[in-house]
Design a binder for this molecule. Structure first.
Ligand SMILES: [Zn+2]
Length: 218
């Protein structure tokens, strides 16, 4: 190896070593000036006692104490298994919100929660008659396979009654992980967030919630 080449390797290797040594230092300085090892942070968890209507903040490490029930720390979505009733964590969220609404002077109640596929099929058929087409009907009542009512993850609150109380739920529901999701349905709520997260912007109607907007495969 000639001298020029060995010099090249020597300085090249030296430079590489320098970079390897400095990189971790600069990387750790990008945020705070010193490296702090933080223990795993426990996520706040809301626990509701359905008997006493008491709502308490715990953390996920400690969990809720029986007979408290957890409001969960994630958005609630359904599995592939057909349920026969409303998702229990979703129901507990509603009960916690209902207790808070009462404190604030509002009365909210579920007027339509879990629906069987047979019932949803009938409601959808009625809507097709009323609105004249499958597409128009689905802006209000989705087909039985996809409606979240048949999956236990949607509720209608106070419909067709007290809209003012629903406004309270629309404004305060996010604390309990409940959101109004459609602009055209002031009564329809879903557990699409973790409690305490902001609700996503509302969709125009149920049809917009389908994977391919405006396309129905039934
Ligand atoms: Zn609904």
């Amino acid at each position: 190896m000639d001298k020029k080449l060995s010099n090249f390797y020597f300085w090249g290797a030296g430079y590489l070593l320098l970079v390897v040594a400095i990189l971790p230092l600069t990387a750790s300085k990008t945020g705070d000036s010193e490296v702090v090892i933080t223990p795993s942070k426990a996520v706040p968890l809301l626990c509701f006692n359905v008997v006493t209507s008491e709502l308490r903040t715990s953390d996920t490490d400690l969990g809720c104490l029986s007979p408290e029930e957890s409001l969960g720390t994630e958005p609630i979505s359904h599995t592939d298994v057909r349920p026969t009733q409303i998702d229990r964590t979703f129901e507990v969220r509603f009960l916690a919100a209902q207790a808070a609404a009462k404190e604030a002077g509002f009365k909210i109640r579920i007027t339509s929660g879990f629906r069987t596929q047979q019932l949803q099929e009938k409601l959808h058929a009625d809507a097709v008659k009323k609105y004249g087409s499958e597409e128009e009907a689905s802006k209000w009542v989705l087909p039985k396979e996809i409606s979240h009512h048949t999956w236990g993850t949607a509720i209608d609150v106070n419909y067709p009654g007290d809209r003012k109380a629903d406004k309270w739920l629309e404004e305060n529901g996010s604390t309990y992980g409940l959101c109004r999701v459609y602009k055209n349905e002031w009564w329809h709520f879903e557990p699409v967030i973790a409690p305490g997260e902001p609700c996503p912007p509302m969709m125009a109607n149920a049809l917009e919630s389908l994977p391919v907007s405006g396309k129905l495969n039934s």
